[in-house]
Design a protein around this ligand. Structure first.
Ligand code: 5RP
Length: 225
């Protein structure tokens, strides 16, 4: 199966975890897009009362178009479950996210969720994190200084650039610096370091976050909990 078909497979499978009355965090990305389509169908067919909490403008636009009821993360007292994609998941279930530049809101929603499910095609499962560039969301003011300090540390930083050749802005108006690390042997240490840098808003290491991974393989979805 092609990668996109595997994403569809797990996107459709993920709605099995969604039940009537739930407040559901809606992640961001191409895999989540399939899940949201399936969720809209499920809500309609089964007459469910579901509230979505979005992690990006992109997801909000799709969910609104499909008629899914939405609330802000600050307007709910809990989130039952968040379903999101991921860019890499290591064998000990740590993750890199932010390929779609939505890491900040994704982390806020994930942190406030009782349960987190990641839906990925099998290519995202790796032994060790780091082949995927680690996204770091930074405040524009002073971002060149941060860039230089990442460079001096040997992190091979790169500002994320749009197709128009401009620095990519997140939904919060920040920049993304992608770190080309190759391997992250100590994710906790890296996370602590990044969090301590003035001007860093958030980074794409999602550690001890996920409860369930649904991975798409040629013979069907496999669930790891
Ligand atoms: C967005 C993300 C996405 O969940 C991640 O990039 C996976 O995306 P896709 O499902 O398109 O492969 O973290 O910030």
């Amino acid at each position: 199966m092609k990668q996109d078909e595997l994403k569809k497979l797990v996107g459709y499978k993920a709605v099995d975890w969604i039940h009537d009355g739930m407040i559901v965090g809606l992640g961001t990305g191409s895999t989540v897009k399939y899940m949201i389509n399936a969720l809209a169908r499920k809500i309609k067919n089964e007459h469910l009362n579901i509230t979505g909490v979005v992690t990006s403008n992109q997801t909000a636009n799709q969910a609104r178009l499909l008629g899914i009821k939405l609330k802000s993360v600050d307007a709910v007292d809990h989130i039952d479950l968040t379903i999101d994609g991921a860019d890499e998941i290591s064998s000990d279930y740590q993750g890199i996210k932010g390929g779609g530049a939505a890491l900040l809101f994704e982390k806020i929603v994930a942190t406030n969720s009782k349960k987190n499910i990641w839906i990925v095609d099998q290519s995202k499962l790796v032994d060790q994190l780091g082949a995927f560039p680690l996204p770091v969301e930074v405040i524009p003011y002073g971002s060149r200084q941060l860039f230089s300090s990442f460079k001096a540390k040997g992190f091979h930083p790169e500002f994320r650039i749009t197709t128009m050749g401009e620095k990519r802005k997140t939904d919060s108006g920040n920049f993304i610096i992608d770190l080309h690390l190759g391997k992250i042997s100590k994710p906790e240490k890296m996370a602590t370091y990044l969090k301590s840098q003035v001007g860093v808003v958030e980074h794409g290491l999602f550690l001890n976050t996920v409860n369930t991974v649904v991975a798409g393989y040629d013979d069907g979805p496999r669930v790891f909990e």
